[in-house]
Design a protein around this ligand. Structure first.
Ligand SMILES: [Zn+2]
Length: 113
């Protein structure tokens, strides 16, 4: 399960951040997950419960902030939602755009101890 390796990486990074802050126990870790990051939030929550065992995050809560996938259209200088499944076509000026600005995020945005 690929979410397990992601959850393990999140736990390791959050432990490092907590240590740098002088905290040895994490209560909440918040991650930003893009719509196109290829991560299933339910699977990530499940994997997190496994990955956190025996770590500083043993009692921590995982908060997943979903980021809507949006692309930029140079033709009309506007952003648009690409949707899910993604459709890279500007609805305003009716032309193709592959310039994805948001939606591939997979990062820790906050660690609270
Ligand atoms: Zn456009």
């Amino acid at each position: 399960m690929h979410e397990l390796s992601i959850a393990t990486a999140i736990v390791e990074q959050a432990e490092e951040i907590a240590r740098a802050d002088g905290t040895d126990r994490v209560t909440t870790v918040t991650v930003r997950v893009g719509e196109l990051a290829g991560v299933v939030p339910d699977a990530l929550h499940f994997a997190f419960e496994v990955a956190r065992e025996g770590t500083a995050l043993a009692g921590a809560r995982l908060v997943v902030e979903q980021v809507t996938a949006r692309a930029w259209c140079g033709g009309c200088a506007a952003e648009f939602d690409v949707g899910m499944p993604p459709f890279f076509w500007c609805p305003s000026c009716d032309r193709a755009s592959q310039d994805l600005r948001y939606g591939r995020e997979l990062e820790i945005s906050a660690v609270e101890g």
